[in-house]
Design a binder for this molecule. Structure first.
Ligand code: ZN
Ligand code: ZN
Length: 255
């Protein structure tokens, strides 16, 4: 039985050096409740250290937290990687850390990377540099995330930086993705006018929030359950699942 879910699949915590310190689990969950969201995904840059804290903060609410990460590929493309379980994202984090250049974060330049334990208590600062490219290619990330049972969604594809279209020129048709994210700067109609290739992909819109007030954009999903598998079906517009952005059906059109 399908029902509608309001989702924001791209939220940073205080672990992301570019995010405000207010991006704390309890405050993120409270804001999500105020906004009526039923699904949120935690997607810090190249790390999932704070995901468990947000999952725990939402434990007694009706909000589902999808463990995730925003990975930067060697082409400087940002990809949202989403999973169902903490175990999956922990496996993914191990792979990403093994493929990040071993550089130290410069807090004065990039900002602090505050780690929280599973209870949401500060547990120190991560000193490895997160705001950099991994050694993975776009194809590597898509394949590895799929192998772990996760879902990969190219982030903010209309933006001039750190996007797959800006950096590769297009979305490689053979790339195994069903959906892409558009930024707050554009709606689904304009996005498909500017980038006709997007008719082949389901579209989602998220806040990409680095501060609480930026949790402004959302996607409506018609699915049977708040899972990555259902999200894939919704992006494809398959089996009665649907995705909506700005009041418009935005699932992939099969040609
Ligand atoms: Zn990004
Ligand atoms: Zn982001």
């Amino acid at each position: 039985m399908s029902r509608f879910f309001l989702a924001d699949l791209h939220i940073h915590t205080c672990l992301s050096p570019c995010a405000e310190l207010e991006m704390l689990p309890e405050l993120i969950v409270a804001r999500a409740q105020e906004l009526g969201l039923q699904i949120i995904a935690v997607t810090d840059h190249n790390s999932a250290e704070n995901v468990a804290a947000v999952v725990n903060a939402a434990r007694d609410t009706s909000i589902t937290v999808l463990p995730g990460m925003e990975v930067q590929t060697r082409e400087e493309v940002h990809l949202l990687t989403l999973f169902d379980t903490l175990e999956q994202v922990a496996s993914w984090q191990a792979q990403v850390y093994a493929n990040l250049p071993p550089l130290k974060n410069d807090e004065a330049l990039f900002g602090e990377q505050l780690i929280l334990d599973a209870n949401g208590e500060p547990a120190g600062y991560l000193d490895r540099l997160l705001l950099t490219s991994t050694f993975f290619s776009v194809e590597d990330v898509v394949q590895r995330v799929r192998d772990l049972g996760g879902l990969c969604i190219p982030a903010h594809v209309d933006r001039p930086m750190y996007s797959i279209i800006a950096n590769l020129g297009f979305i490689p048709p053979e790339l195994d993705v069903v959906g892409v994210e558009i930024s707050a700067n554009i709606g689904p109609i304009e996005a498909r006018e500017r980038f006709p290739q997007l008719v082949h992909y389901g579209l989602v819109a998220d806040g990409d929030a680095h501060r609480l007030r930026e949790m402004m954009r959302r996607t409506t999903l018609k699915m049977e359950a708040p899972t990555v598998a259902e999200l894939s079906l919704a992006l494809a517009g398959a089996e009665g699942r649907e995705v909506w952005v700005d009041g418009l059906r935005s699932g992939a059109t099969v040609c």
